[in-house]
Design a protein around this ligand. Structure first.
Ligand code: GLV
Length: 307
């Protein structure tokens, strides 16, 4: 029985060490060369490496990232369990980035950056956190973790999700019908949705028109959720005051794209949260133990929902 690690060598070396210590009975491979494909029960990868059907006994496909939208449904046989990465490193980094982003947008750092560029020393009106309503699109594990870190600042917190959810201290909205009400009360919109056919292009002109004038966007979901033309228009018309983007479509944006040099935009190159090998290896091992014991896997993807 074998585990195949299909990602970068640096992280692979750490995985190998942790696996050797924790699961010595499981063969560990950093490359499919030299491994009998019939032995591969577990595969960890970002993308499907060629035709998966050559691993006839594959049981679990682990994504090395939190997202699984890169796996086209028809490339992963339905009997293979698809698992997204849930690990402390990803959670911690996403908490940091969202706190950084919300505070950056709340404290007008983009406007101050622009003032600095012009050599202008001038205080802007400061809203208090209790008056700045933060709203999360998506209320999965990462959003909940980020919300916990934001609580001490006293922003009024809300979230919108596809299905009904409840989180203490968070005003929860769900479903198409309640999206408008959620947007109407949101000053800083944080997008943490998974990419599905339903969420593709969700950050569009219509959605921006439902936000309050001067709202801000923090996008840490997936690039194809954002209509960049609509974003530029919303910024230029004053509908949106600022945006911080960690994901774009394509990645990177073309050199000439207006968002690169837009004074009201910060772009980071998809670094909000990155899988950390030590903690990720522990979490994959825990899941393999669960799998062997016939227990539910943490992060198991519902193939009909796509996340
Ligand atoms: C990054 O975007 C990930 O899916 O982990």
């Amino acid at each position: 029985m074998a585990f195949l690690f299909n990602s970068d060598a640096a992280r692979g070396a750490i995985f190998r060490q942790v696996f050797a210590r924790e699961l010595p009975d499981l063969e560990f491979h950093l490359s499919s060369e030299g491994v009998d494909p019939d032995k591969v029960r577990y595969l960890l990868t970002w993308n499907v490496p060629g035709d998966l059907s050559r691993f006839r006994n594959l049981e679990v496909l682990f994504s090395i990232g939190a997202g699984v939208d890169q796996f086209k449904p028809d490339t992963v046989p339905s009997h293979v369990k698809l698992v997204r990465m849930i690990e402390d490193g990803i959670i911690r980094m996403m908490q940091e980035y969202i706190v950084l982003g919300v505070l950056t947008l709340h404290r007008e750092m983009l406007a101050y950056r622009e003032q600095q560029r012009r050599g202008l020393w001038q205080a802007l009106a400061a809203s208090q956190a209790a008056d700045r309503r933060v709203g999360f699109l998506g209320l999965g594990m990462l959003a909940r973790a980020a919300i916990d870190r934001l609580r001490p600042f006293q922003f009024p917190l809300a979230a919108w999700s596809r299905s009904k959810k409840a989180v203490e201290g968070v005003t929860c909205f769900h479903g198409e019908d309640q999206l408008g009400n959620f947007l109407e009360r949101t000053d800083i919109l944080v997008c943490l949705l998974p990419l599905t056919e339903q969420t593709r292009g969700i950050l569009n002109a219509k959605l921006f028109s439902l936000l309050r004038i001067g709202a801000r966007l923090l996008h840490v979901g997936r690039g194809p959720q954002l209509d960049t033309v609509a974003l530029v228009e919303a910024l230029n018309s004053g509908r949106l005051a600022a945006a911080m983007l960690d994901v774009t479509d394509p990645e990177p944006l073309p050199e000439s794209h207006p968002l690169w040099s837009h004074p009201q935009v910060i772009i980071t190159p998809h670094i909000a949260s990155v899988t950390q090998p030590l903690t990720a290896a522990q979490s994959v091992i825990e899941n393999i133990r669960r799998h062997r014991a016939g227990k539910d896997l943490v992060g198991l993807v519902d193939r009909t929902l796509g996340y």
